[in-house]
Design a protein around this ligand. Structure first.
Ligand SMILES: C[S@@+](CC[C@H](N)C(=O)[O-])C[C@H]1O[C@@H](n2cnc3c(N)ncnc32)[C@H](O)[C@@H]1O
Length: 317
């Protein structure tokens, strides 16, 4: 008896009824039949092409995540013949693969997506998977930290080199602690057209608040400042609020949204921003006010460029 290929197994398994069951009747970008090989490589399909019950939620989440970014990415693909995307702290590169697959199979546009991470094992695995899935033309992986990548970019000699390698989109999903701000600083320096970051384990402001608490700093937020539990939670919200203001101050429209439609992770906030070009002094002013009230700001404010840093410096005087 001849063995069915995985594609044939998927064709046999994914009847319209079964598709409707896992999509809840919605039109998902990554169809379980068309995207079967991708979903199998990402560990979301069994060897017989069926979807394990515990993968259905993840499947719905990844579709939601790509759908959030889709309008921005398709808009950029109208402006650039090849959309360049950098995934900072790509880890197992789920998003990287999903985007590369959608560019090729759904939007039929060209993209060059680079995933960077400090771990060599995830980089090797991701590169092998890209070859396996026939996506190696649009995917690159490199073991490098966000900061080193940034430094290498800054050292490029000519403006032409910088322009031709400029990333149009920078994403960082749950990149650890200050890697989120490293990615934002890089995005500002590159004048990336779009940014999406889902912050993770941010401890910088909490550390500054801990110190202020020890120094008996008094503010309207003393109760948050002096309780380790409340401090951790509120600092992560204040950090993101400050990030949004600094992003706006750099000429972006920025909003926060729920990253995945689930309440199973507290790290569920996605900041999405689109560059419009005009520095928003009012956002920087708001940032400085908030910093004064909270007693501390985030390190990202010292890494802003040109006009924005000058405005902040003057507002703080
Ligand atoms: C929690 S994982 C998230 C992976 C992936 N973005 C996702 O959402 O599934 C964080 C990843 O960021 C990487 N990372 C942490 N700090 C980094 C840095 N400064 N530069 C590059 N990668 C970093 C870690 O090695 C890890 O793979």
């Amino acid at each position: 008896m001849t063995q069915l290929t995985f594609k044939q197994k998927a064709e046999k398994h994914w009847t319209p009824e079964r598709i409707g069951k896992v999509t809840g009747g919605k039109k998902f970008l990554i169809d379980p039949l068309k995207g079967a090989e991708l979903l199998r490589a990402l560990g979301l399909l069994n060897a017989d092409a069926s979807m394990p019950a515990d993968a259905v939620r993840k499947y719905s989440q990844i579709n939601h995540m790509v759908a959030l970014l889709a309008p921005t990415l398709t808009e950029l693909s109208e402006r650039f013949s090849v959309v360049r995307i950098l995934d900072c702290g790509c880890g197992n590169s789920y998003l990287t693969f999903l985007l590369a697959w959608c560019f090729k199979n759904v939007w039929h546009r060209n993209a060059l997506i680079t995933g960077i991470d400090t771990r060599s094992d995830v980089i090797q695995k991701s590169q092998a998977r890209a070859n396996e899935l026939g996506l190696a033309d649009s995917l690159r992986f490199e073991k490098i930290s966000v900061l080193d990548y940034f430094a290498r970019k800054a050292a490029l000699a000519s403006p032409e080199e910088r322009k031709s390698s400029r990333n149009h989109v920078i994403v960082a999903l749950h990149a650890c602690d200050t890697a989120t701000d490293d990615s934002l600083a890089l995005a500002f320096a590159e004048k990336a057209d779009a940014i999406a970051v889902a912050p993770c384990c941010q401890a910088e402001l909490a550390g500054r608040w801990r110190k202020l608490s020890a120094e008996h700093f008094k503010s309207a937020f003393s109760v948050l400042l002096n309780s380790p539990e409340l401090r951790r939670d509120s600092c992560s919200t204040f950090t993101d609020a400050m990030r949004v203001l600094l992003i706006r101050g750099q000429g972006y429209e920025a909003t926060t949204t729920e990253f995945v439609p689930s309440n199973h992770t507290p790290k569920n906030r996605l900041i999405v921003a689109t560059r419009r070009g005009n520095y928003q002094e009012s956002a920087l002013r708001e940032y400085v006010e908030l910093k004064k009230t909270l007693g501390a700001g985030i390190g990202l404010d010292e890494r802003l460029l040109d006009e924005a840093s000058e405005i902040i410096r003057q507002l703080q005087v």
